[in-house]
Ligand binder design. Structure first.
Ligand code: ZN
Length: 402
């Protein structure tokens, strides 16, 4: 009876995943506790545990406190028993990391993009992974990639990444063929959202979160009920190309006045250059062509009026976009990540001011908007977390369930 066999196999897999998740969610836990938490029988837990111990995924780490009778043996996940290769294809730099089962980045390779796109950008991806594989971390269970642009995660295709000049690129298949490993790819803002959710701390099962990634482009990653919401075409959170200024500057997508043209790092720097002649006393006005995000940041720290103006404007535009998301989704936690976060409190204040103005008071009241504590590592961590969810079902079981 093949159908019954399949069911038995599925049950075994389900039990294994449940036990693994429970161990992942605790520092150390006894078999009895696992049985209690999962509602599996003691013999089932013991059987699963025997297999996990044999695979080296779990180890015995001592004894717990006895509540009558023998003190129980505690078990723990062996965090370095598996590794993942995880990539962040940033605008100026591609980086790759080796990440263990607890989200610790063991080693990193970063290479400048230097304007490379198309096939050359793909070669750069290969070069990073080749270098990591040479480091000989073992065993590697898969490759996760956070890439800019529109991504079909299910098919493993980069549908459109303007900066990299990739259209319908079957990136996952290319990497699978070359490295013979499972591969997961995802939009970078969506990967950042997973990274924040899993490793940013403080999230519990079922919680929602929006991560806004603001650098040369702008994207959002939306986590609903512990899962990234990708929408029908994978493009949920692509807020950077919503037109917010009809007569605005031309965007890299070809339209005019997209959010990116006014609220991204690129847009803000462009704005500073255009307004420089109206602010002759500004430090930035001395050499407008050399204005960068970093120079705007430095000027901001000295109270420079042009820096204040462009940071405030960029924050206001982003705040209006967040107000829209907040009103649509009523999600109460927003995390800001990306290069623009270096602008700190003045930028955050401008954002929050506009959010408060742009939404119902009751919606804004219960909402927190914060700058990420993980920084750009959240993309590498999120891309690696994809592997854990896919192959090991390890994530989203949090400690307080005991
Ligand atoms: Zn655009």
């Amino acid at each position: 009876m093949p159908i019954l066999k399949a069911t038995h196999k599925q049950t075994k897999e389900h039990n294994r995943n449940l036990v693994l998740k429970t161990i992942f969610g605790a520092e150390a836990i006894s078999r009895a506790e696992i049985a209690r938490v999962t509602s599996l029988t003691r013999p089932t837990v013991s059987e699963v545990m025997t297999n996990l111990l044999a695979e080296g995924l779990v180890e015995e780490v001592g004894h717990g406190v006895s509540i009558g009778g023998k003190s129980p043996i505690l078990l723990s996940l062996v965090k370095d028993s598996r590794y993942m290769i995880s990539l962040n294809l940033g605008h100026e730099e591609f980086s790759g990391g080796v990440v263990n089962l607890r989200g610790e980045i063991k080693s990193k390779v970063c290479l400048p993009v230097s304007g490379r796109d198309g096939k050359q950008a793909l070669d750069l991806v290969y070069e990073i992974i080749d270098r990591i594989i040479e480091m000989d971390w073992k065993p590697i269970i898969g490759i996760g990639v956070g890439t800019p642009g529109l991504v079909n995660t299910r098919e493993g295709i980069v549908v459109n990444a303007v900066n990299l000049d990739w259209q319908n690129l079957p990136l996952a298949q290319f990497l699978k063929d070359r490295y013979q490993l499972p591969v997961q790819i995802m939009n970078d803002s969506q990967a950042a959202a997973i990274g924040e959710y899993v490793y940013g701390g403080g999230y519990t099962i079922g919680e929602n979160l929006v991560v806004i990634n603001v650098k040369q482009g702008i994207g959002a990653g939306i986590v609903i009920n512990s899962r990234v919401f990708q929408g029908d075409g994978g493009g949920a959170g692509e807020i950077g190309h919503v037109v917010v200024k009809e007569d605005g500057l031309v965007c890299r997508c070809g339209k005019h006045g997209c959010l990116e043209t006014v609220a991204s790092a690129r847009g803000m720097v462009e704005q500073a250059k255009r307004l420089a002649n109206q602010y002759p006393l500004s430090e930035l006005a001395k050499d407008p062509e050399r204005i960068t995000l970093e120079s705007v940041h430095s000027a901001l720290l000295t109270g420079d009026p042009l820096a204040q103006k462009v940071v405030c404007d960029a924050g206001h535009y982003l705040g209006a976009a967040i107000a829209g998301l907040l009103s649509t989704l009523n999600i109460q936690k927003f995390i800001l990540t990306g290069d623009m976060t270096q602008l700190g409190q003045p930028w955050l204040d401008a954002i929050c001011e506009k959010v408060a103005q742009g939404t119902l008071a009751k919606l804004a009241e219960g909402t927190s908007i914060m700058i990420s504590g993980l920084g750009s590592e959240n993309i590498i961590l999120g891309a690696s977390a994809l592997m854990l969810m896919d192959g090991y079902s390890l994530l989203f079981m949090q400690p307080p369930i005991l």
